[in-house]
Write a protein that binds this ligand. Structure first.
Ligand code: FPP
Length: 229
């Protein structure tokens, strides 16, 4: 068994799911995708995972049509409003990574409120990556370090990233069939085990995640070292 502290997921395929099901709008896929977030979060919490980081909105997603952006912002607001009960019942801490200062004020307020209400929990932390891009995060980290007069090293870099206090990613999953990282957690996934599935995010199940974890457990993780003799 490998230690599994941090799972990160690129939740891709919502638009294609909606099209496949005959919905005229891609946003139906996002709506359905939000339900999977809930199921996977409950599973991760019960399994004892410490961090579950989900790519909800990238720095590049602002290029999408306005109606889709507005819908996603609203969906995240509604999601957080509804999910507070689940967080409190399951003792899940809520966090975000990404520059949230660019989000609508009501969503920012909701994020601050949810973080505050759950900040004392010690089990799973659900981390939503919102207006997140690794390159943006790394540049912001450089500026923060410079401002505090710190010379960056491999050891102290994480203190300046949005993921400060979080362990590196153990499993990085991408649904939807593409095999790329799309500017997600590039520093933190240097030694992650990568899992790609053709399953579209709204079709992703806890069972498929369990199968991936079984495979993950069979991998000999060497982190650049040599095989144990
Ligand atoms: C990528 O699918 C998905 C996104 C850009 C948004 C992810 C959002 C959710 C899963 C729902 C909202 C999340 C929360 C936490 C409430 P795509 O639209 O690029 O799909 P496609 O590749 O099929 O077009």
């Amino acid at each position: 068994m490998n230690e599994l502290k941090h799972i990160a997921i690129i939740m891709d395929g919502n638009g294609r799911w909606a099209k496949k099901r005959g919905f005229s709008k891609r946003i139906k896929g996002h709506e359905e995708g939000a339900k999977r977030v809930r199921e996977i979060t409950i599973f991760a919490s019960n399994y004892g995972v410490k961090f579950l980081t989900l790519y909800a909105f990238s720095t590049e997603n602002w290029k999408r049509p306005k109606y889709e952006i507005d819908f996603l912002m609203k969906l995240m607001d509604i999601y957080l409003k509804n999910e507070l009960k689940l967080f409190l019942e399951n003792e899940v801490r809520f966090q975000t990574i990404g520059d949230i200062s660019k989000l609508p004020k009501n969503l920012q307020d909701r994020i601050f409120y949810t973080k505050e209400k759950t900040s004392h929990f010690k089990g799973l932390t659900q981390v939503l990556a919102i207006n997140y891009g690794s390159r943006d995060e790394i540049i912001r980290a450089f500026h923060k370090a410079k401002k505090s007069g710190v010379d960056l090293t491999q050891e102290n870099m994480n203190d300046f990233l949005d993921t400060a206090g979080m362990p590196d990613v153990d499993m990085l999953i991408r649904t939807g069939g593409e095999q790329r990282l799309s500017n997600f957690l590039l520093w933190q996934s240097a030694y992650s085990e990568l899992f790609f599935t053709k399953t579209l995010w709204p079709d992703f199940t806890v069972d498929e995640l369990k199968q991936m974890i079984e495979k993950f457990n069979k991998i000999e993780r060497r982190f650049g070292g040599v095989k144990n003799e």
